[in-house]
Write a protein that binds this ligand. Structure first.
Ligand code: AMP
Ligand code: MG
Length: 415
């Protein structure tokens, strides 16, 4: 059976090429920048005060206290071009205002005393450059400020705004369709009859997609029949980039997804990977290599884990990100775990950074159907296929789940 690393290589090599598009700045949050941005002017654009106070000549205030004549006021955006600071004078200045001609420093208002309308006493000495941000001292004209492939969060959006990019070239977004197979599934708002269960994978996978910034189209659950799968496949390929099947990829009598995909002319890149949970996971591509079709096993924990282990890196690479997988940490195991060798184990766990190191606590759950037990985890302990046991206190690796900070138990709750 394919090991995880080999499957991941195949997966990443199957990711289609992405187009870029131009969007207004207000719509680029979470997108990936498609082109490198350089500064077209320095920052700050002028010598700027970063305190409220008095602009002066440092030569006049090398010792203090000293009295200076106040000749005017300079506010941010309220600039008097004729203002200048002559020897023995000062100009009252506000944070963000350009330094008037002649001044080379600012004393903050807290270290001054206004003694009259026309005079101020500087109470502490000032050196040249004090409380002044010199023109282009933060960024020089031509500096690289954002790199292609960078995800656009709030700070990056501010950088784009600073340099006037009201329209931004970003990589295209993706659309995914979630296709849940299973005769036993009923909608969330329905009461299951005997032998039926609610479809929990569809909302789970949809939220996993949305968290990546992927638009989701949901379809009603599919019956376990080749016709139903064939028709949904055709519809899904017509309206989206990625298709995510849940269920129907195992060896059961009514598992039709892989068979239908093969017969429909899709190329099966892999089916079955040596991981636990999630062994039956499947990836197929269309002949034009413009779509990806994932088949995730139906057990909820398997579907969750295979989404994070396969769908996430594929979609993130596709969208132009430079970082694809979950964040991996190395730490110290707090409780021994045994492992039946042969497959890479993703074991639900808690991970907390305590006193300078990650502590990883394996969680006991009832396995790949036990989504309630799994929902307590904030991370996945990784046990390599050939490792039979990791003892308490030994080194181990874990993947932090995307909402790790929100999911995390308080460190006190950990043993
Ligand atoms: P399958 O992969 O189709 O063999 O399904 C494996 C197990 O997962 C079975 O117990 C199914 O009832 C369950 N299952 C399949 N699809 C879903 C779903 N959408 N939501 C919750 N459980 C599911
Ligand atoms: Mg099924």
């Amino acid at each position: 059976m394919l090991n995880y690393e080999t499957a991941l290589k195949k997966l990443l090599a199957s990711v289609p090429r992405l187009q870029s598009m131009t969007l207004p700045l207000s719509e680029v949050a979470g997108r990936v920048l498609a082109r490198t941005i350089r500064a077209d002017h320095g920052l700050p654009p002028f010598d700027k005060s970063f305190m409220d106070g008095f602009a002066l000549r440092s030569a006049d205030a090398s010792t203090a206290p000293v009295r200076l004549r106040v000749t005017g006021i300079q506010g941010a955006g309220r600039v008097s071009p004729e203002l200048s600071v002559e020897p023995g004078t000062a100009v009252q200045i506000m944070t963000g205002a350009p330094l008037p001609k002649g001044a080379d420093a600012v004393q903050m208002v807290e270290k001054t005393r206004r003694i009259s309308e026309s005079h101020v006493e500087i109470l502490a000495p000032v050196e040249a450059g004090t409380h002044v941000a010199a023109e282009a001292s933060e960024v020089r004209n031509g500096d690289l400020v954002l790199q292609a492939g960078q995800a656009l969060g709030p700070a990056e959006i501010a950088v784009l705004a600073v340099f006037g990019h009201s329209q931004v070239e970003v990589f295209q977004g993706l659309t995914a369709v979630i296709l849940s197979t299973g005769d036993e599934l009923v909608a969330v708002d329905q009461e299951p009859d005997f032998g039926q269960i609610r479809n929990s994978n569809a909302p789970m996978l949809a939220s996993q997609c949305r968290r990546l910034g992927v638009e989701v189209r949901s379809m009603p659950r599919l019956a376990d029949s080749p016709q139903a799968v064939r028709q949904a496949l055709a519809e899904g390929l017509a309206c989206s980039d990625a298709l995510i099947f849940s269920g129907g990829v195992s060896a059961g009598e009514f598992d039709f997804v892989h068979k239908v995909l093969g017969r429909a002319g899709l190329e099966i890149q892999f089916h079955k990977v040596a991981i636990q949970p999630g062994k039956p996971v499947l990836l197929a591509t269309d002949p034009e290599r413009s779509k990806m079709v994932f088949g995730l096993p139906g057990n909820p924990v398997s579907a969750f884990v295979t989404f994070e282990a396969f769908v996430r890196p594929a979609l993130r690479k596709w969208m132009g990100h430079r970082q694809w997988g979950l964040f991996e940490v190395s730490g110290c195991l707090t409780e021994s775990v045994r492992h039946k060798t042969g497959r890479l184990l993703f074991k639900p766990a808690w991970a907390a950074f305590v006193e300078g190191q990650w502590r990883i606590q394996p969680l006991e759950t009832k396995g790949s159907a036990d989504i309630v037990g799994f929902a307590r985890a904030d991370s996945l302990l990784l046990i390599p296929p050939d490792v039979e046991q990791i003892n308490s206190g030994e080194a181990a690796r874990a993947l932090l789940l995307p909402d790790h900070l929100d999911l995390q138990q308080s460190p006190e709750a950990m043993p």
